[in-house]
Design a protein around this ligand. Structure first.
Ligand code: FE2
Length: 462
């Protein structure tokens, strides 16, 4: 989620106290590394790999100009092996501006879009580690110790804009993504990447106003496109906002279904009540040809704040159905409590599924306060609490074994502790969700609230 823009016009009036440089968002002063990691409980011996999570960590933020989505990217990683926590490291993700500020040579590889800052997601694909962002910048390849290697969209020779949120089809190993370039307001693109890292298909999809499309979902047969009313804003641009996207009442909110091998003319569009979705959970085809997609829906977004997403948008978990017969999206409330960062067992991407996990928030307050498990079969929600001073971030589901049941696994994520100013990696048994954690790794460093993290097993890397 990153854009940096040249300043146009005169300096704006000083805004209110910045929210996204304080409290749980306050950046750390430097990269750190530790091998002295105390573990409470018992780390599963089968967790061999790297947990990595990324977020903004601005090097020289100017409070009057800072928007959370533009901060220099920093990735935090924990290496686990045979029941031990070997190391924790934090490393800046190599934008030109970060490397210049740190006195390092710039990373090789092409650049595209308005900025090369990458700060939103980190994951494995084609045997390597990648960090990525939306709006036009290209991904950055990292090594297994989180050092930057190069910029570039996997093995594509083209400057292909990508996204923070590609979705891997577990049946083929391909990535599917909806991507856009902030400078090209009349189209977004469906991009497919082979399991080897080649960009194998690009479909241009005409749109109006330059919508911000943060994420998408896949089913067995289709890709679900969210065209919602946060769009490129010349008004914000000309009033010197570093983040030129805003709520747009004139933009028709709609959801598109693109057949995986189809063209834009083959899409079916469904109008939906105005709202904004950063993150779908899973989606799947219905036997009658309709599509179901679960989402965290915000009433409005980027309407009032120029510093980051508003924290009082009534985010709630909903099931959206795009009926086989066409028409409007049918919205059903699943859980009416503020939440974000929905995840599920990604072996079931594009398939019917039972369990969704999301971070719960208090309205208007920064930082998570609990983790929810939604049982979509019984429609019951369970809550995992971390304690009064704990601020959990996104948790990812890691299966215990390849053929195990949907809840036969662990939930892994970082928890910031407001009292100690340090962080912890929590490993929770998904099938004992409300019980004590299986293990907690104590990190002798602060990890600011950030965006997305993933488990990268040794087997995922070449
Ligand atoms: Fe995201």
């Amino acid at each position: 989620m990153s854009l940096t823009l040249p300043w146009i016009g005169s300096r704006p009036a000083e805004p209110a106290t910045p929210t996204f440089l304080d409290d749980v968002f306050a950046p750390v002063a430097s990269e750190t590394e530790s091998t002295a990691l105390r573990v409470s409980g018992s780390l599963p011996e089968a967790l061999n790999g790297l947990y990595a999570r990324i977020g903004p960590n601005p090097i020289k933020p100017q409070p009057s100009r800072y928007h959370w989505f533009i901060g220099d990217g920093m990735v935090h990683g924990l290496r686990l092996k045979a029941g031990r926590a070997e190391w924790y490291r934090s490393r800046y993700v190599g934008s030109n501006s970060a490397h210049k500020a740190l006195g390092r040579p710039i990373l090789p590889g092409p650049r595209a879009g308005m900025s090369d800052v990458v700060n939103t997601n980190v994951y494995a694909h084609a045997g390597r580690v990648w960090a990525s962002v939306e709006a036009g910048a290209l991904p950055v390849q990292l090594d297994a110790r989180l050092e930057g290697i190069r910029h570039g969209t996997f093995d594509s020779p083209k400057k292909q804009p990508f996204t923070a949120h590609p979705h891997r089809d577990p049946r083929t190993g391909e990535l599917h993504a909806i991507c856009y370039d902030a400078l090209k307001r009349h189209k977004v693109q469906y991009v497919r990447v082979s399991k080897e890292g080649e960009v194998s298909r690009v479909v241009d999809i005409p749109v109006q106003h330059g919508p911000m499309i943060h994420d998408c979902a896949i089913t067995r047969s289709r890709v679900v496109v969210l065209d919602l009313p946060v769009t490129f804003s010349f008004k914000r641009l000309f009033t010197r906002s570093p983040f030129p996207y805003a709520w747009n009442d004139r933009h028709q909110a709609r959801v598109g279904l693109l057949p995986r091998d189809g063209e834009a003319k083959d899409m079916r569009w469904f109008d939906v009540d105005p709202c904004f979705v950063f993150h779908p959970c899973n989606a799947f085809d219905l036997p009658d040809g309709g599509v179901v997609m679960d989402v965290v829906a915000h009433r409005r977004m980027f309407d009032r704040s120029r510093q980051g997403p508003e924290l009082d948008t009534g985010a709630r978990f909903e099931r959206w159905t795009m009926p086989a017969g066409g028409g409007r999206v049918v919205r059903e409330l699943l859980h009416d409590v503020p939440q974000e960062f929905p995840r599920f067992d990604e072996r079931l991407a594009g398939e019917p599924y039972r369990y969704a996990y999301a971070v719960g928030f208090k309205p208007g307050l920064p930082g998570g306060q609990a983790l929810y498990r939604h049982d979509l079969q019984t429609r019951q929600t369970s809550r995992h609490d971390f304690g009064a001073d704990a601020v959990p971030g996104e948790f990812v589901f890691v299966p215990r074994q390849a053929q195990g049941a949907e809840d036969d696994g662990w939930l892994v994520g970082l928890v910031h502790n407001r009292q100690t100013g340090t962080a912890e990696l929590h490993v929770i048994n998904a099938d004992d969700f409300t019980g004590p954690p299986q293990a907690v790794v104590h990190i002798p460093a602060r990890v600011p609230a950030g965006f997305h993290g993933n488990w990268i097993a040794d087997a995922d890397l070449r």
